[in-house]
Design a protein around this ligand. Structure first.
Ligand code: ZN
Length: 139
């Protein structure tokens, strides 16, 4: 048995509007919503074991569909294990993605974009999708 080690998210990460505003995924509506709610800090965790995964400030878009329903596009996610890379066809083109699993309970919580075949979708490379069905808000 290895030691259990988790990164804890316990302080707000400043949202860098300046770096996000040129991102095609970052719509005007998202920007307004982020600004409105940036005073609130929300940590998202694994629904099963509550291991911290990401936070409100990492959301790039809320308009995503996962396998199980609504999903968020996240800039950064912690405490996950990456699965085997595979090619997946989506509405916006083909991608090389890998599933991401909670490093503690091994539940699949979403996927990571590794490569996009389309140039206009390359901004997603290195970003993560978290399925709302698999995560929870942590206090
Ligand atoms: Zn978990």
């Amino acid at each position: 048995m290895g030691l259990r080690y988790s990164s804890y998210i316990d302080s707000p990460v400043a949202v860098k509007y300046e770096t996000l505003k040129d991102n095609p995924a970052f719509s005007y509506r998202d920007n307004r919503m982020l600004k409105k709610q940036s005073s609130k800090f929300i940590t998202y965790g694994c629904r099963h074991c509550r291991t911290h995964l990401s936070s409100y400030s990492q959301i790039m878009s809320k308009d995503y569909r996962g396998k199980t329903g609504n999903a968020y596009l996240m800039k950064h996610v912690v405490n996950v294990i990456e699965g085997k890379p595979e090619k997946r066809s989506m509405i916006t083109g083909d991608y090389i993605v890998c599933d991401i699993l909670c490093h503690w309970c091994k539940n699949t919580v979403g996927w990571k974009y590794l490569e996009s075949e389309r140039k206009d979708q390359r901004y997603k490379e290195g970003t993560f999708v978290l399925e709302l069905q698999t995560i929870c808000k942590c206090e």
